[in-house]
Design a protein around this ligand. Structure first.
Ligand SMILES: [Zn+2]
Length: 111
């Protein structure tokens, strides 16, 4: 029976590369670490954008006022009977850079 190393060498034959299984594993591990780093960076970038937007809203340099839910503020999604455009103060105490009210945040996370 052929070893995994033999199978790997055969699979890579002609590719011009002679990675061993160990090298392939290292390569896959590097890719995974890279993907995790990119995901973390994307999350941090989004967070930074939310914080910057919150500062602009506080300074009055944004189309919305600080504390206004971005989804509630869109007329077509704002039903005055059931929602208000304002994010509750308690939520802003915990997440001052929140863009959405709890209801719309839950809806966005479910999508
Ligand atoms: Zn809302």
């Amino acid at each position: 029976m052929r070893s995994n190393q033999d199978l790997a060498n055969e699979a890579l034959k002609g590719s011009g590369q002679d990675f061993s299984i160990d090298h392939l594993a290292d390569h896959a591990s590097d890719n995974t670490e890279q993907m995790i780093s990119i995901a973390l960076l994307e999350g941090e970038t989004k967070l930074l954008e939310s914080i910057e937007d919150a500062i602009h809203k506080i300074d009055g340099n944004h189309e919305l006022a600080f504390g206004m839910c971005e989804d509630c503020a869109e007329k077509d999604r704002w039903d005055p009977a059931t929602t208000a455009p304002w994010i509750p103060a308690g939520r802003l105490d915990v997440v001052p850079y929140a863009r959405l009210c709890v209801r719309h945040q839950e809806r966005a996370e479910a999508e």
